[in-house]
Design a protein around this ligand. Structure first.
Ligand code: URA
Length: 205
């Protein structure tokens, strides 16, 4: 497959795609959200990491993985020895879905309809980047990339072929780690997450 050339046409194609995504109304999530949160990172990245959807902080900042889950992800990537600046990060769903509760906005899980509506964008991103390895963080990303409902515990930590023929790897979502109430279990699960990321990097070597 052709690789994206840094600074070449693919950079321009990516920027045009991102600009177009800013006006996306493919599903109703655009309306209450602040803005589209598009993917970011080098267009010639070897690794693409796909999350679920922007959270509260991402929605406000307009950038993926800047909130608590993003910080957990950054820490895991550093421990796995993967250069985060060389990785393209994006989300299966590009608007924040939430339920207002007083002044707070509570994360709501995107449905299959929203995932499927938003898949168009990730297909375009993937067409431009053509990453050698794609890591799905959690069930929403896995659903978007495989087109199937995936049980993370069964599919994690090994190479698989994605719906578009790309090479994929499934692991947990960092927000799952943030929700674990037991400290020991949280540490064990974080270590497993790091091992999964290492495995994904090793699989593309
Ligand atoms: N969780 C995600 O899945 N993506 C983000 O961008 C932030 C939090």
């Amino acid at each position: 497959t052709a690789r994206a050339a840094p600074g070449g046409n693919s950079e321009a194609a990516w920027a045009a795609l991102r600009d177009e995504a800013m006006g996306c109304q493919r599903c109703p999530l655009w309306k209450p959200a602040t803005q589209t949160v598009f993917g970011e990172g080098p267009v010639d990245a070897d690794m693409m990491v796909v999350g679920e959807q922007p959270g509260d902080q991402e929605d406000l900042a307009g950038r993926p993985f800047v909130g608590p889950a993003g910080q957990m992800f950054d820490r895991a990537m550093a421990q796995a020895g993967i250069d985060r600046s060389r990785v393209y990060v994006t989300n299966a769903v590009k608007h924040f879905k939430f339920e207002p509760r007083g002044k707070r906005r509570i994360h709501a899980k995107p449905g299959v309809g929203e995932i499927d509506a938003c898949r168009w964008w990730i297909e375009q991103e993937r067409g431009i980047l053509r990453p050698r390895m794609t890591v799905a963080l959690g069930a929403t990303a896995a659903r978007s990339l495989t087109g199937k409902t995936v049980t993370i515990s069964r599919e994690r930590g090994r190479v698989l072929t994605l719906a578009d023929g790309g090479i994929g790897w499934i692991t947990v979502h960092p927000s799952y780690l943030l929700r674990l109430p037991d400290k020991i279990q949280a540490e064990e699960e974080f270590a497993r997450f790091v091992e999964d990321l290492k495995g994904a990097a090793a699989a593309m070597a």
